[in-house]
Design a protein around this ligand. Sequence first.
Ligand code: GDP
Length: 528
Amino acid sequence: MPDVSTEAARRRTFAIISHPDAGKTTLTEKLLLFGGAIQMAGSVKSRKTARHATSDWMALEKERGISVTSSVMQFPYAGRIINLLDTPGHADFGEDTYRVLTAVDSALMVIDVAKGVEERTIKLMEVCRMRDTPIMTFINKLDREGKDPIELLDEVERVLGIQCAPVTWPIGMGQRLKGVVHLLTGEVHLYEPGRNFTRQDSTIFPSLDAPGLEEKVGSQMLAGVRDELELVQGASHPFDKQAYLDGRQTPVFFGSGVNNFGVQPLLDFFVEHAPSPRPRATTSREVRPEEEKLTGFVFKIQANMDPQHRDRVAFMRVCSGRFSAGMKAFHVRSGKEVKLTNALTFMASDREIAAEAWPGDVIGIHNHGTISIGDTFTEGEQLSFTGIPNFAPELFRRARLRDPLKLKQLQKGLAQLSEEGATQFFRPLMSNDLVLGAVGVLQFDVVAYRLKAEYGVDAIFEPVQVATARWVKCDDEKTLEEFRDKHAMNLAIDAAGELVYLAPTRVNLQLAEERSPAIRFLATREHA
Ligand code: GDP
């Protein structure tokens, strides 16, 4: 009978972060290949296609070449269970990415060797920083000419403010790429283009001095890399596990995702050193993964994954204990017991019914809108996981219907889509407007598209005089009541029933704040 601490200890739950086009999808595919989850390269593409087939709003994702939603892939490797949480790539979906990063224990950063540290990488790194998430780095596309590896490490250290500890080092680059040296084991992994499509392909020499290596690599190349390594080892930091776990140092690997090269050393190192689930903060105490009782929190909601069944799936990260199919759990926010039947697991590309799940795993819970992002489940204890914020949107539009008879569907659609967290839905106290807020302009297109595809509603989004939003809070009921009466014109209710101040201008907000010092105006709403 498996026990919680053993199962928790073998979980590795992480996300890949990168600037679009750095190679995240390709690397994901190779990792799945190593995990035996897929047989041949190319399968992730077909996974994408299959998803388009079952959920046609994803056609938009395809048209735009972006990944709108995140998914979860689980696969076994070297006695461990890996949970890879996909993050959406487009900048407009930062909030969604943020929440995925609250559900992982570590991250893998992919950098294009030619482009170096890009703008989106910087942003994602900031998010990881806020939580001290341990990060490994994969420098990708070594089969192409790129920046000098030493300069690249320097760039990472300078721009991202994190120490680099190279674990593998490239021998050559582009046309001259010969392999990588593993700085900790001394092994040399040869690069053999065209051969690296399955996991057994790589030829490994025990060291740079091994007989036969010189013939393969060339004496000049070998001498060059020896010199370079001396320089690197003098100038860079040796791997320090604690510094990595604290988020101060990133182990760095070089390779080529598309050629499946340099991926295995990364994966082997990852399963050994990346953290298993760690204790997590709640409103009342710290929850340790090895505790017997189930706890978890919802970090993502996805509606209509299957248009035939108009339900929603809440993605819950298990934080402690054991989940077993059909068990009852306590939904802390509503105070109700919920039977978790038909929960999904995410073995590789297929969704399956979960028999059990352990700390670090993600399960998908079907529901009809009763579960929200940030919700905590326990076996009865009153506690809530903290740190999953909702950000105030910065862009606002009023929804207008082409067919006024569809108002009910529009309201329902907007409410449901905003539960997924990418957009927020507001109903002003004093008008019948339906106002949608987003952090990126592309989200309005996504919502319009999905309203039509999934709810049969033809809506357009037009400008509205709202500059910013703040959740308003006050400990004193009476003061809040007065504020509400006085500012009803600018107040609205969000999808969760919370009071929100919609400021027509920034100046207006500032004045309102000055005139009502007893009221707190919050730019984030922490899901409680
Ligand atoms: P994502 O946007 O980060 O998911 O990036 P993709 O995995 O979709 O890759 C972007 C492009 O880079 C695709 O055309 C890939 O084929 C290409 N690519 C990925 N890895 C490599 C690599 O190691 N070498 C080369 N030359 N191209 C790569």
